[in-house]
Design a protein around this ligand. Structure first.
Ligand SMILES: [Zn+2]
Ligand SMILES: [Zn+2]
Length: 332
């Protein structure tokens, strides 16, 4: 730890590896806090940013939006937060507060947002500055590394689960960081989880059953009974018609990712009978407050794989290749 110099893994150009960089400590401006990063999860969205699959990243950029750390400096006009307090910094980094979406409490769709690790600097670093209004106080329960994946995998998963409705039989396509958290939440609500993985991925299928899934199999398989709803966490458009086929009349299919490969054409009968296809974008602060209040009560256990900060490229490569179960977390 140093006083005036921070370390960061910086994306200079999309499609290139992150570079270990030393920078002057950032200073919090009006309404901002500076946080000493204790852990930062690695999300599929970080891969999309690095790969240039999302439009107009603000390069050079420090990725990372599942940040857990402690406040070590507070700018002007910040209320309700104190030095040393542990906070989480999520993907939604700023909203305008005045566009039609903000005004109708749908700030996840804000016309002029900033996103942590995409259009403002994130947590693949020892230090990060954040808009104080978008930081979540985390309290002292739980260790930093275990909490980090809740900040996006957990939050986006939670929003997806709410949008999926009340159905008891829930399919999860792609059993990575988000699904392994949401499977636990869904079961605490009395739902049955059906886990779909890459075909032949026996290790992840058994990981899912170990977390209580009543059935697990390849995404090319049909579940043993029709589902009430399915959430697609994988970024594969081919899964959309498969999931529609697996849900009952009136069932919902929710696409949880920020990016997906093209959805192939499919016959109208797959969406006929009031099946619904929806997507989830970003999060609202209300989602975060609800989920982070609920998570400790449910005793959610996150499976994490820790990497030192300077091995962020390895963590991204391992995520891409599906080389671990659960979530990767960088620890400075
Ligand atoms: Zn707005
Ligand atoms: Zn994310």
């Amino acid at each position: 730890m140093t006083n005036n110099i921070m370390q960061a893994m910086v994306l200079r150009k999309t499609g290139t590896p992150l570079e270990w960089t030393e920078l002057a400590d950032p200073q919090p401006g009006r309404g901002e806090i500076r946080v000493q990063v204790a852990a930062c999860g690695v999300c599929r969205t970080d891969l999309h940013v690095v790969d240039g699959e999302l439009p107009d990243p603000k390069v050079p950029i420090i990725p990372g939006h599942e940040i857990v750390g402690r406040i070590n400096s507070i700018g002007a006009d910040v209320a309700g937060l104190s030095i040393g307090e542990r906070v989480g910094i999520p993907w939604l980094g700023h909203t305008c507060g005045i566009c039609p979406y903000c005004l109708e409490h749908r700030e996840n769709l804000c016309d002029h947002p900033l996103f942590t690790g995409y259009t403002r600097n994130g947590g693949f670093a020892t230090m990060v500055v954040a808009d104080a209004r978008f930081a979540f106080p985390l309290g002292e329960t739980g260790d930093d590394t275990s909490l980090a994946p809740l900040l996006c995998a957990g939050l986006i998963g939670w929003r997806s689960l709410v949008i999926a409705g009340e159905g008891k039989k829930l399919g999860l396509y792609g059993f990575g960081a988000a699904a392994h958290i949401i499977a636990q939440v869904a079961q605490s609500q009395g739902r049955s989880v059906f886990a779909f993985t890459r075909p032949g991925d026996a290790a992840t299928q058994s990981f899912a059953r170990g977390l209580g899934a009543v059935w697990s199999g390849g995404s090319d398989e049909m579940p043993p009974e029709l589902l009430d709803a399915a959430i697609i966490f994988a970024t594969v458009g081919e899964l959309v018609p498969l999931a529609l086929k697996a849900v009952r009349k009136g069932g919902r299919v929710v696409c949880a990712g920020i990016h997906m490969s093209d959805i192939p054409r499919f016959p109208y009968r797959l969406i006929w009978e009031e099946r619904q296809l929806l997507s989830v974008a970003n999060l609202t602060r209300q989602d975060g407050i609800e989920f982070l209040r609920l998570a400790p009560k449910l005793g959610i256990i996150t499976k994490t794989n820790s990497y030192p900060l300077n091995q962020a490229n390895q963590a991204l490569a391992d995520l891409r290749a599906g080389r671990f179960e659960g979530a990767a977390v960088l620890v400075p």
